[in-house]
Design a protein around this ligand. Structure first.
Ligand SMILES: Cc1ncc(COP(=O)(O)O)c(C=O)c1O
Length: 400
């Protein structure tokens, strides 16, 4: 019998980390590398939030809190759900974890039984399928295509549901595509779910505030109140408030599910960092104007990157509604050979050759379940984006 758990055989190491490790090695060897693989805003955490954390430390608010979050933060989260999403939650319907990632993991750990299926639209955030596997469930992938803006259609959803489907994981705006569902598009999906009362919705609203043009964010329990009793609405402060390192995520949902998730957290990590919880109270209750200011920069960068990538030969890049990612197709590059002789057999070969030959690190589409594509995070300076996209254009122009 092996020393390591057999559970580990079910999951694979993160491909996003593999790419950034390779980029780091090349950089250490003195190469000029631009990494467009990071999934976090390049802005600093706002000063009022940092000040709240410092004040918490000075006031001695440095002890354990309730395992699934302190009451002051749960109240701020209830107010946020009401103010921004028109959702009514009481504090016993709220859980706070070490990032949205832990909240999603707790929810799966609290609900998966052998044979349970979790429906995941692709392209998906890399962690969903592996979290389902770790929790003992079976991920079922439903592929959305570029032709539908990387959004699942109601027919696809209907066809993918089986008697074993326990959850649909829904993510809008999406990592990796930036695709955001409009109210009508989401309503068409929730109509399908109404016909299947055994399916619950785990909605990952992490990129709620990062939306552009006149796109209006909406979330499943808001669009279809009849789903409220079987929806877990997950969110967090990482992306909207540039607080990725503070590790605070949260969810609202039915009290019995929230209690079950709290049980898992109380026997694993206990409460998320107390100081970060006080910072999150300030993030949610304090001024919100920098979100719009940051979005001006993100929108400018999105337009810059989409424009430059569409000028690259063999690349087709749709304009996403939100987040800080683009997910261009490289279907027309497959089968060609790079300037230094690499055969582009798939998107992993494309990304590897792009990194080795031009110094640009992106994440290949297979990591997110839809190929042939790659993901760019444009949460970096305009100058770096222009440089990177120009090198991608040169790389693509040389493909024979
Ligand atoms: C779609 C999505 N969900 C959840 C998370 C996790 O965020 P955090 O754990 O920082 O709250 C991320 C982070 O990259 C993400 O992209």
């Amino acid at each position: 019998m092996s020393f390591l758990s057999a559970t580990l055989n079910r999951v694979k190491p993160s491909p996003t980390i593999a790419m950034s490790t390779k980029a780091g090695e090349l950089k250490a060897a003195g190469q000029d590398i631009i990494s467009l693989s990071a999934g976090e805003p390049d802005f600093d955490t706002p000063q009022n939030i940092k000040d709240a954390a410092v004040a918490a430390i000075a006031a001695g608010k440095t002890k354990y809190t309730a395992p699934d979050g302190m009451i002051e933060l749960k109240q701020a989260i209830c107010a946020k759900f009401k103010r921004e999403n028109d959702l009514d939650y009481q504090t016993n319907q709220i859980t706070v974890g070490t990032g949205g990632k832990q909240v999603l993991y707790n929810a799966l750990m609290a609900t998966m039984n052998p044979g349970d299926e979790v429906l995941i639209p692709a392209p998906y955030w890399v962690s969903y399928p592996d979290m389902v596997l770790l929790a003992g469930g079976t991920p079922v992938i439903a592929e959305a295509s570029m032709q539908t803006g990387y959004k699942l259609t109601p027919d696809q959803l209907e066809a993918a549901i089986t008697p074993k489907t326990k959850w649909l994981i829904f993510n809008s705006p999406s990592n990796p595509t930036g695709a955001g569902y409009t109210w009508d598009e989401l309503k068409a999906l929730t109509d399908v779910l109404l016909r299947h009362p055994h399916v619950w919705v785990m909605t990952d609203d992490m990129y709620e505030h990062l939306v552009f043009d006149d796109f209006k964010f909406c979330t499943p329990a808001q669009v279809e109140p009849q789903l409220y009793e079987r929806t877990l609405t997950v969110n967090g402060v990482s992306k909207a408030y540039a607080m990725t390192g503070w590790r605070i995520g949260y969810a609202g949902g039915p009290a019995h599910l929230i209690k079950a998730m709290g049980k898992i957290q109380s026997q694993s990590t206990s409460n998320p960092c107390t100081i970060s919880q006080w910072a999150a109270v300030e993030a949610l209750n304090g001024p919100q104007d920098y979100i719009a200011e940051n979005n001006v920069a993100f929108k400018r960068r999105r337009d810059l990157v989409v424009g430059l990538l569409n000028e690259a030969q063999g690349v087709t890049c749709p304009t996403p509604e939100g987040a800080f990612y683009v997910y261009p197709s490289i279907a027309d590059c497959i089968g060609k050979t790079s300037a230094k002789g690499t055969k582009i057999v798939d998107d992993e070969a494309f990304a590897t050759a792009l990194l080795e030959e031009t110094g640009i690190a992106v994440v290949f589409g297979a990591a997110f379940g839809l190929s042939p594509n790659f993901r760019i995070s444009y949460a970096t300076s305009d100058a770096a984006l222009v440089d990177a996209c120009t090198r991608i254009q040169t790389f693509c122009a040389a493909l024979k």
